[in-house]
Design a protein around this ligand. Sequence first.
Ligand SMILES: [Mg+2]
Length: 256
Amino acid sequence: MDFMFKRTYRGSLKCAILDWAGTTMDYGVYAPAVVFIEVYQRQGVEISMEEARGPMGMHKKVHIQKISEMPAVAKRWREIKGRHITSEDINKMFEGFVPLQPACLADYSKLIPGTLKVLADFKKRGMVTCSTTGYTRAMVDINLREAQKQGYYPDNTVGSDEVPAARPYPYACWKNAIDLQVWPVEACVKIGDTLPDVGEGLNAGMWVIAIALTGNEVGLNEEEVNALDLEDKKRRLERARDRLAMAGPHYVVDSI
Ligand SMILES: [Mg+2]
């Protein structure tokens, strides 16, 4: 036969899968960034805010490793320590990260403007809301607690350590769909601010919306964004939009 017929879902959206930092809370994604700087500092190696933010969205241990693979960081490490970084160093830094991160999560837990309104709109449309994250379960539980104080109650949450592999693998999106018994995947939309967020949603076969302004790509908090002059803001925003668009989401928006 010369033709084949393809089934296409034309129903409405049923589920929104939201990221945490930079998407619904922690405008500018400061909570993890400052801790990555701290764990490297404890090893005597300075890293910049930009280096700390580079691999954002991944499992935090993978993130620490990705920072170490940046040529400039690897060189700095060798110069200071007189040897290459090892997997033992990565393990040690992640062990240090685990207690440090929760200590500062609550400090950066303010909901991003618009979050509650969007969630109310989702609810009105009969959609469920849930979340994935680069944070482990213990860490995201702190986010959840702080979110609930501000009126945000997602129907389900999956930590990066509750699936076989974290972003950009699709498992956390699928686990949410299974937990909430939502299907097909085309009825789900993944919303997040990093390249691994986009990868996760696309790999899961879902709609994907990337967030440019309030997330890691611009990497500034609300006051810092408001203090930018218009040209500078435009330049940073365009760079963020372009970088996210290259990853292939269906839409890029500025904020939730
Ligand atoms: Mg994020």
